[in-house]
Design a protein around this ligand. Structure first.
Ligand code: RP5
Length: 163
């Protein structure tokens, strides 16, 4: 029996309640044939799990990390502080402040520890999936072709006039 296949993308989120949003990243990766591993890792409720994940991510074989959280969203920044892998941050739309809090928590990183921050909510999660695939595609010609085909299909689906 061979070793279990390694997923190049980790999708992590602060809570089960983030999954409906973060699933949009998973859907994109599924469509592009990119394997991922989705996990709940909370910066505040499971800090030890956060440290273990971030410090072990490279060793697990991940190449890109997508991290989504809402409210006081420290997850992407804390992961970025503990790994050299690229971290894409998704601000999940919060109830109290509509995700403005999540966005500002994630985007305003100090110089030296980057988090590539996407839009608030589902669009951001979908684009995080696409961006993760684009990063991987720089070293994977077949994936680059699948990404081009995805764009071409998207373009073809836009009608010239409204129905
Ligand atoms: C954050 O708090 C999570 O990322 C989530 O967006 C938000 C609310 O979490 P729950 O109270 O729904 O678990 O840590």
């Amino acid at each position: 029996m061979g070793a279990a296949p390694v997923a190049p993308v980790a999708i992590v989120m602060g809570s089960q309640s983030d999954w409906p949003t973060m699933q949009r990243a998973a859907v994109m990766l599924d469509a592009l044939g990119v394997a991922y591993d989705a996990r709940i890792v909370s910066a505040h409720r499971t800090p030890q799990r956060l440290v273990a994940f971030a410090q072990g991510a490279e060793g697990e074989g991940f190449k890109v990390i997508i991290a989504g959280a809402g409210g006081a969203a420290h997850l992407p920044g804390m992961i970025a502080a503990m790994t050299h892998l690229p971290v894409l941050g998704v601000p999940v739309q919060s109830k109290a402040l509509s995700g403005q809090d999540s966005l500002l928590s994630i985007v305003q990183m100090p110089a030296g520890i980057p988090v590539g921050t996407l839009a608030i909510g589902e669009a951001g999660a979908a684009n995080a999936g696409l961006l993760a695939a684009a990063i991987l595609a720089t070293g994977d010609a077949a994936l680059a072709e699948r990404l081009k085909a995805f764009r071409a299909e998207q373009t073809a689906a836009v009608a010239e006039r409204p129905a």
